[in-house]
Design a protein around this ligand. Structure first.
Ligand code: T4K
Length: 370
């Protein structure tokens, strides 16, 4: 009998009866969007849960990224990573900003701070790194560079929900951090996102911008957009918060099984575990060196697929390889040797709270016995 399909991820959903109760309340009130009761409550609870100063909810992560650049009036050129989901760079393009790709470091696949300065020009206004797979960037070094050159820092923290460094939320670094609550993320509100900021004035500007620029009924202070999270998403998110710690525990258990079994397998590299990081175990990437491992990354990807196991090559191809961006000088493979190597080696294995250990062991068995 063929194995049921196992995808790279599967969303955890809140208890249906509890959600129906919330829906009944929304139905009775007839207040379904525009910063209602659930929106306010979800923002408050998230702010506490994440240990941050201000949270502003969005309809999705991409609208939050696009808006974050507007909030800080970023223009010209922005230094960013080619090793991410396309939305990171698309957000720049939608703002008429030129992305300047800088290579990543081998250890955690994050933007390499040592390569940033060489890419700065008089047009550079900001750095937009990504905490890829939820592993924190070198935030201190990046901030040092930003301070010297007078640049803003906007973190794409789509993967970094609840990640902490030395007991402090990683979202507290940089000018702004942007979260995604898409169905495929560790924390989901079906679609959804948020901007985390550090002061009240900025929070106000974010809230104006996500609501057409309205400051009150008759005052529009900026050319804003409609990027609000609705009441159904917010009610769903509130319920998710109740079970999130449990969900993370299950992810941690799965990570441990993968790590214990795959560490030391010839030709497979895992990301290093760091003690002072509180992880969210959002992804489990492995990196295949096919000069040592018996088959190529793509062959392993196909072999798993034959067995109904759908890993994903996040993040291949590099963003810099897509038609919209490949003509840029910074997209040249010679400028991005590490990113090119990693993109050709990576395979993200299935990980989600309801994935059984039996199925994890099955995946491991296939990988070890190709
Ligand atoms: N920045 C970064 C660094 C990001 O990773 C993302 C999103 C963003 C920004 C933008 O945030 P949002 O605007 O999306 O909030 C997925 C997601 O669509 C995308 O949100 C995510 N990154 C990216 C890494 O992955 P796909 O094209 O791989 O998704 P899809 O539909 O193939 O789903 C993957 C697997 O998940 C499926 O094979 C099965 C499972 N799945 C998916 C959905 C949608 C389910 O079981 N249920 C579902 O409802 O992009």
């Amino acid at each position: 009998m063929k194995q049921d399909k196992i995808f790279v991820t599967q969303p955890s959903l809140p208890d249906l009866d509890e959600f129906i109760n919330s829906l009944k309340e929304i139905w009775d009130s007839k207040w379904i969007t525009n910063m209602g009761k659930f929106h306010k409550e979800f923002e408050n609870q998230l702010t506490n849960y994440l240990g941050v100063k201000y949270v502003s909810l969005f309809a999705n992560g991409t609208m939050a990224l696009i808006s974050a650049l507007q909030v800080l009036r970023i223009t010209g050129e922005v230094i960013t990573t080619p090793y991410s989901f396309v939305a990171t760079t698309h957000a720049l393009w939608w703002n008429g900003i030129k992305p300047v790709f800088v290579d990543i470091e081998n250890g955690y696949c994050n933007l390499n701070p040592e390569k940033i300065e060489a890419a700065i020009t008089p047009n550079t206004t900001a750095i937009m790194p990504v905490h890829i797979y939820g592993n924190p960037c070198d935030v201190n070094r990046i901030q040092e560079i930003a301070d010297v050159y007078g640049l803003k820092t906007i973190y794409d923290a789509a993967h970094a929900f609840r990640v902490e460094r030395d007991g402090n939320s990683i979202l507290n670094f940089g000018d702004l951090s942007v979260l995604s609550f898409h169905a495929t993320k560790t924390f989901n509100t079906i679609e959804g996102g948020a901007i985390v900021c550090q002061d009240e004035k900025t929070k106000k500007r974010i809230d104006f911008l996500k609501n057409f620029g309205f400051a009150d009924e008759v005052t529009v202070v900026a050319p804003g957009i409609n990027a609000k999270m609705n009441e159904l998403q917010a009610a769903y998110g509130l319920l998710q918060l109740k079970t999130f710690d449990e969900q993370i525990k299950k992810r941690e258990e799965i990570t441990k099984v993968y790590r214990d079994s795959l560490i030391g397998v010839n030709g497979i590299r895992l990301l290093k575990d760091i003690e002072y990081i509180k992880h969210n175990y959002s992804y489990f990437p492995i990196f295949i060196d096919d000069t040592i491992y018996p088959i190529s990354r793509d062959n392993l990807y196909e072999k798993l697929k034959e067995k109904n196991i759908f890993g994903r090559r996040y993040f291949y191809p590099l963003i810099s390889e897509f038609p919209a961006y490949r003509g840029l000088a910074s997209s040249k493979p010679a400028n991005l040797p590490v990113a090119n190597k990693i993109a050709n080696q990576v395979l993200c294995l299935p990980i989600y709270p309801d994935l059984s250990v039996k199925n994890v062991l099955l995946i491991i068995d296939i990988i070890k016995n190709v």
